[in-house]
Design a binder for this molecule. Structure first.
Ligand SMILES: Nc1ncnc2c1ncn2[C@@H]1O[C@H](COP(=O)(O)OP(=O)(O)OP(=O)(O)O)[C@@H](O)[C@H]1O
Ligand SMILES: C[C@@](O)(CCO)CC(=O)[O-]
Ligand SMILES: [Mg+2]
Length: 387
């Protein structure tokens, strides 16, 4: 039997970075997914290796189980039902296993994802041969939560074939985990995110696990029910960046200027809370929607200004802001910034012609635009093959 999990990416409407320092942030799942297919070989396959295939990247890895046992002797006894953190020593040992696989220099950024896989796999299943295949609709390292979607999809697929969860294997098609299983997946995914991000707030894995739209503060989520149509243009500047380095940069700035940064974080907390209450308050007519959109646009602009203040904007992001402003549209970076993706609010009454013009202008700068469905499904799994 094989299991496939799919976990969505996300956009952050307000509060990225500040959320790492205890402020409120608002995030929504998007309908672009990372898929993980996982299964054990049958005895007749005579296979004693752990395999990982990153299909879109055209990379296949294989480790003899004996080697994993030798390098990571302490991981076989961990409990899948109680997630634990990966120690620095273990990360070092796993890094050696990953380095042996000689990932090409141009794809070396993937090694933290591979390290995370080895950690989650051995922590949940110990030393068993298995095969895992990953595909993704998300651009990697662009602010749309590819690392969290990967960690959630890995954790879910691995847990689905463990003794720690009870599932209906005969169910056809996609099914959801129950609440306690979702909590377990989310905890393991957070441990995985720590390996990729250093110091994540947990917002990305949480919104990928539970889906919809959430308000998040100090590890606590509140579900948000949208009461207005919300359409966002996502522009990928295609400028590569790394969330771990950007988060560390903001922390260093905070150490240098604690009081000023604390005011920035507190302003962002207010922006996120106001944005969440606007989205949730009932609307009666188009005029009310337009008024709300104006407020949201202003809040997005204010949030962008404060992100610039934290040092996480980028020339490419500023180009998107200028281009969209020509059409009186407001934008902000989403995710960790430093390049990556920018959100532009598309008001309800905006004509299709204007949207086409903005997209044409942004794409003529070499950027890539997409309009994703927001606030949709979280993690789901599907079983195939006989047991
Ligand atoms: N499909 C995947 N296959 C392998 N590794 C992946 C995959 N998706 C994400 N990763 C890992 O996650 C890293 C990107 O994570 P990073 O946190 O920097 O960006 P992001 O999650 O896309 O953006 P943000 O954190 O701002 O939302 C990649 O370099 C890689 O190590
Ligand atoms: C930059 C950040 O706030 C969001 C990345 O999507 C990091 C985090 O919260 O873990
Ligand atoms: Mg990430």
């Amino acid at each position: 039997m094989e299991v496939t999990s799919r976990a969505p990416g996300k956009i952050i409407l307000a509060g990225e970075h500040a959320v790492v320092h205890g402020s409120t942030a608002v995030a929504a799942a998007i309908d672009l997914y990372t898929y993980v297919t996982f299964g054990f070989p049958t005895p007749s396959d005579n296979d004693d290796t752990l395999k990982l295939h990153l299909k879109d990247m055209d990379l296949e890895f294989s480790w003899p189980i004996g080697k994993i046992k030798e390098v990571l002797p302490d991981l076989g006894s961990l409990e899948a039902s109680s997630p634990s953190s990966c120690s620095l020593e273990t990360i070092k040992a796993i890094t050696a296993l990953v380095e042996e696989q000689n990932i090409p220099e141009a794809k070396i950024g993937l090694s933290s994802g591979v390290t995370t896989f080895l950690w989650l796999y051995t922590s949940i299943h110990g030393y068993k041969p298995a095969k895992t295949v990953v595909t993704s609709e998300l651009p990697l390292g662009s602010g749309l939560g590819s690392s969290a979607a990967l960690c959630v999809a890995f954790s879910a697929a691995l847990l689905a074939l463990s003794d720690s969860v009870t599932l209906d294997f005969s169910h056809q098609g996609w099914q959801m985990f129950g609440d306690s299983e979702l909590d377990l997946v989310n905890k393991w995914a957070f441990e995985g995110e720590k390996i990729i991000h250093g110091k994540p707030s947990g917002i990305d894995n949480t919104v990928s696990t539970y889906g919809n739209m959430i308000k998040f503060r100090s590890g606590e989520l509140t579900r948000i029910k949208t009461n207005m149509p919300l359409k966002m243009l996502i522009t990928n500047t295609k400028v590569g960046r790394n969330t771990k380095a950007l988060v560390a940069g903001v922390s260093e700035r905070t150490i240098r200027h604690p009081e000023a940064m604390s005011s920035v974080f507190s302003a962002i907390d207010s922006i996120s809370s106001e944005l969440a209450s606007i989205i949730q308050s009932p609307v009666t007519d188009d005029l009310a929607i337009t008024e709300k959109e104006k407020k949201l646009e202003e809040l997005m602009e204010m949030n962008q200004g404060l992100l610039q203040c934290m040092g996480v904007s980028h020339a490419s992001i500023e180009t998107v802001l200028r281009s969209t402003l020509k059409y009186k549209l407001s934008s902000k970076l989403t995710g960790a910034g430093g390049g990556g993706c920018v959100l532009t609010l598309l008001p309800n009454l905006l004509s299709g012609t204007v949207v086409d013009k903005v997209i044409a202008e942004l794409e003529s700068c070499g950027f890539q635009c997409l309009i994703a469905g927001i606030g949709g499904r979280g993690l789901e799994i599907s079983f195939s093959g006989s047991s």
